[in-house]
Design a protein around this ligand. Structure first.
Ligand SMILES: NC(=O)c1ccc[n+]([C@@H]2O[C@H](COP(=O)([O-])OP(=O)(O)OC[C@H]3O[C@@H](n4cnc5c(N)ncnc54)[C@H](OP(=O)(O)O)[C@@H]3O)[C@@H](O)[C@H]2O)c1
Length: 343
């Protein structure tokens, strides 16, 4: 099928009724060059998305087992880690390309996956070919990719913030410290005690502080793209009493001789031509209001006592999940990168 001479991308979504899946269906519904062939959910098959989400898109839900994987160009997996890898293998075998929003293909090392996620990797033979889909960094590899590992939300905010500064980072002046706060949708739609309204409202809770959150090895792996022996990372996430949005404040020890202007030039060089990454003027800091409901990342920079303090904000469900997945799809299929995405 062609729309104005451009072939339509036939897409399927599995895990469509989770928060990331719902956001993805909304974006794909308004994407002029995509036709949703199926949206699958175990618990709500037979219903329509609009029954699950008031005002949501008019898309019927089918069972994942009957999803016609061989009739689509791309399958998006919006499933929990561990549940995505086998479906990815089946979709690839059926001839579809895969964008996995879970953590199943983000870590290159199956041993590290087992250590952090507590299970044997279900499809380790696919790890070498998976492209880590931080679009601004991996753009050149996406057109050939069959399998894309969409980054985690915290790593997206942190790696985009760190990429330009790694050349100026002092490797022996102590760790990089990332203090991050995320809205509650980051924990998914299944109700749990710690995401219960009464526990979250009027509260701010740190969790997995230090070096124990599963996104840490993903951040560390990302840093090795830019520095052979990067400093260690201390990463302290917090649960914010808002539905969506994520802000990381990151402290980076800087090598001698760098001024704030010189550091700022590195960010300008890296992101001047990017549509979704915006570096704020001196004195301005990134906030959730800059980014929510958009695919943008806003970055603020301040140098104090040899430490670069970076504030980096994204919408965890858009740039941190479904939006970046669509950005990756656009590049994979040779479409303008921002198609379907609110800039
Ligand atoms: N939320 C975020 O901000 C965010 C950001 C970046 C990445 N991610 C990642 O994206 C994935 C989805 O996240 P989410 O927040 O949308 O989670 P969620 O709201 O909990 O949704 C997960 C979906 O997967 C389905 N599912 C659950 N367990 C399953 C299983 N064992 N086998 C097959 N299907 C299962 C569920 O629907 P049915 O049971 O109806 O099929 C549910 O709709 C996760 O891997 C998450 O880590 C999330």
């Amino acid at each position: 099928m062609l729309i104005e001479g451009v072939p339509v991308i036939k897409a399927g979504i599995i895990g469509a009724t989770g928060y990331a899946g719902y956001e993805l269906v909304k974006i794909l519904t308004r994407h002029q060059e995509v036709s949703i062939q199926f949206a699958a959910s175990r618990s709500h098959a037979g219903q329509n998305m609009s029954e699950q989400f008031p005002g949501g898109p008019d898309v019927p839900l089918i069972k994942p087992e009957v999803a016609p994987l061989d009739q689509v160009d791309v399958v998006f997996l919006c499933l929990p880690h561990g549940a995505a890898a086998n479906t990815a293998a089946s979709a690839l075998e059926a001839g579809a390309r895969v964008i996995d929003l879970s953590a199943d293909f983000r870590l290159k090392d199956a041993v590290s996956y087992k250590e952090w996620y507590g299970l044997e990797h279900p499809a380790p033979w696919l790890l070498p070919e998976a492209v880590y889909g931080l679009t601004e960094v991996s753009r050149d590899m996406l057109p050939e990719a069959r399998l894309v590992a969409n980054p985690g939300c915290y790593p997206t905010s942190i790696l985009l913030a760190l990429q330009p500064v790694m050349a100026a980072c002092s490797a022996d002046a102590g760790p990089i410290i990332a203090d991050s706060k995320s809205g509650v949708s980051g924990a998914g739609r299944s109700p749990r005690l710690h995401t219960h309204f009464v526990e979250v409202a009027d509260n701010l809770s740190p969790y997995n502080v230090g070096q124990s959150h599963r996104h840490l090895p993903e951040i560390e792996q990302g840093l090795t793209l830019w520095m052979r022996n990067p400093p260690s990372v201390i990463f302290s996430p917090h649960l914010l009493p808002v539905p969506r949005g994520l802000l990381s404040t990151i402290y980076v020890p800087i090598a001698e001789g760098w001024s704030e202007d010189a550091l700022r030039s590195r960010y300008d060089e890296s992101y001047r031509s990017e549509q979704f990454v915006h570096v704020l003027d001196p004195g301005s800091q990134a906030t959730l209001a800059h980014v929510n409901f958009s695919n943008n990342c806003y970055i603020g920079l301040t140098l104090a006592e040899g430490i670069l303090i970076i504030t980096s904000a994204i919408d965890n469900l858009v740039k941190g999940a479904a939006g970046q997945a669509v950005q990756n799809m656009n590049v994979m299929f040779g479409r303008p990168e921002s198609t379907g995405l609110i800039p």
